[in-house]
Write a protein of this length. Sequence first.
Length: 260
Amino acid sequence: MLVSWLIGLVLLQGSPSLPACPEFEVASSSLPERRAALDACAAAANQKPIDFFLDLVSKLAPHDSRTDRYGAVAAGWSAEELSQEHICARLLAILDEKGSSASARVVALRALHALPPEKRPPSARVIDQFSIEITAVPAQMSYDIKAFTVSPGALVHLTLHNPDGLEHNLLVVAPGSLAEMGTAGDRMGQVPDGRAKEFVPDSAKVLSVMGLVAPGKSSSMWFVAPLTPGTYPYVCTYPAHWRTMNGKMKVAAPAAAAAQ
Ligand SMILES: [Cu+2]
């Protein structure tokens, strides 16, 4: 524990604007282990754990692979701490800030969602959460669900089950960009680091990312639905899969969704 304190202290002193907490980032850590590491790093930085945590959150890159783990930590925080006025203000700033990454926004929204509605700031009192499970149909190169509808800005929890014999991923992409992102995935099959990048194109048109799911496994991701209504394709960009392995996420206000 002392070592992790010292590492955190050294790293913090080396780059005061960029908090770091190596023990917190260990992928295999359990939630209690993660919280203990975070508490130690925050103490070393002379900060309250939740403030230290929000500093880390604000640094999350778009489609950061740690997003779900950060979100689980956020959702596990006590209502007393999360509902403090300055914490709510910070969470709302991360949500609203144009410069915040998609990953930072989803962690902030999960923290607000963890609060009972009456303890949320008024502008976040109603948070629409939508859960969906999609299965890769064995030997069909397709998802079992071809379309679903969410409301703008909803907190979405999407699980992908893969009982197929091949790996698959699932990306939510910008309206009209299915073929462009699909062919970009195809090209990644021909470059050395394509697989290391899990065939995820480096493009602003990629809105949400679930990396490769191995045969027989399931994985899930959280994301915030776009605010702009429209039809957002979801697609597997493993080379040669995209033409049949895709679907449509419709973003529509609740009244419009009910009328569909
Ligand atoms: Cu696939």
